[in-house]
Design a protein around this ligand. Sequence first.
Ligand code: ZN
Length: 618
Amino acid sequence: MRSEDAIRELAEAVSGVRILETAAEIARFHRIPGSPGYVEAADVVCRRLAEAGVAATVHDYPADGRTKTYEWVSPPAWSVRAGTLVETAPAQRKLIDFAEVAQGVVVHSPGGTFEGELVHLGAPTGDADYDTADLAGKVVLACARASDVVPRAAARGAVGVVVYPDQERAAVSHDLVQYQSIFPTADEIPHLVPAFSISRRAADRLVKELAAGPATLRGEVGAEFGDGALRVIEAEIGGRGPRPREVLLTAHLCHPRGSANDNASGSAVLVELARTLQTCRDAFDSRTGFRFLWMPEFYGTLPWAAAHAEELRNVEVALNLDMVGPSPERIGEPLRVFRAANHTPHYVNALFEPVLARIAASRVTESPRGSARPLHGSFDRPSGGSDHLVFAASPHRIPAVMLGHDDPYWHTDFDTVGNLDTTRLKQVAILAGVVAALACPEGDEAERVAGWLLAYSVRELTRAADLARDLEPALGARLLDLALAVELARANTLASIDGRRRGALVDVLRRTRGALGPASSGSRVSVLKGEEERPTRRIDGPLVYSITDRFTDEERVFFKDRLGANHRALAEGLLNHCDGTQTPLDIALVLSLDAGTLVPVDDVRRGLALYRKAGYVT
Ligand SMILES: [Zn+2]
């Protein structure tokens, strides 16, 4: 099928309003992994799939704070009914109430009551910052992550914790309340104390009062750790033919009550896509099968993927939908497509810009009650931060793309259904659907995809030549050779589906490489002299969040500053290139192609030393 026809077909069948209604239904629940609210949201997805005639399977994985997938320890099952924080002196006022603001109770806060004098720690970064005051019997106020503050404050005798956002997060509103969580292991649970999250405005007022004299807070949390599971919903629309290939479409279903763009939007788009691709099955006469997953971010994805490693071998591409429906008027643009990284070169990267342009140009992709602003899409560098990382990492190594938006209200109580837009929801559904349908192109459309791929790869080589200009000639030549190798591998992924254009593609790519920048003869020897190390990863899966616990304060700063941008995209890329065949210098050069900027080899060497220390790499 031609991409224009696929767009029209999907635009006919997809309803932006239906997506919004599903998103609103999901957003009603406090859908914390392993909690009753999550199960209720999962029931919404299952019911909607059943109504659409799509068969679904439910998988449950332990939520016990003990079971490990790679380095990731499953969170404990937890539920919350109520929580209130009040100031008892000098003023008498309620600071937050779970009934009004679900984010007000820190996720994984234990149940219980506390009352105590307030101590403000500012923005503590290391253990030493907690030793500046006597915390025994006190309530700690801090501008930091609850997962850092709660264990440290509790270990020093604090009876309760209150966290608030920094200036950057609060810039958009001093009234927003951040979603904060602890994700403790089972062994850590007995050492936690109840914790609340409040707005910057509320915190500033408390700090001001503290300057004049003591203040006292009382907190009450109705919550418990208990039984529950990490629930993953899987739906499948099978492919045809002797060698069926699959596209995997995923969205995380978890997050606090109210959270709409993150990620009721992606979950609801996925439900509509399953419904539509099922209905239009005959129109898409394709070898491609579609597999859909709704899960708790990372913690459900990891055990599901580990248990389905064999099935995942048929997956051509993974598409992760995370924050896909914000109103351009209320939240902003663009829709960002975070490309598949260079450790998994694939022609899918070449599909997005042409398809985005066609969707933006077609008024039928708009929802009648939604925004009429032209769709503004941006094809971006790889990003970390969500479930596509699980599939991109070993042992799966699947080309994985994420669709999403920047949203200043992300992980706050201001992320509400009112900020979603039916046109954007519909357009993202169409984009994901068309790319999924084109993932194994046939006939004339395969020829056209080959043309898009050629344009993409030539542009990538040209960009590599730009970067090479800032390197000494031998290094520049090596960078271009590596860029050519990536683009040839990308061409091969299309050739494995439709080989007619392979010879012509390869020829143009080689000649383009030749026309750009320094020749490669002899450079390999001089560049690689003394570079014998070939790091190999020892642990599968994405880098565990808590890897930084294994670093010193100085190492943590290096990791955050040099490898931490874009939700650790570079840090993940570095690990994914540790396949035992590449030297640190080559890894630095290939990562430079991913990042669109030169990555210093010293950063790569230092990063590798940290991974070695953390047990990730030999
Ligand atoms: Zn999130």
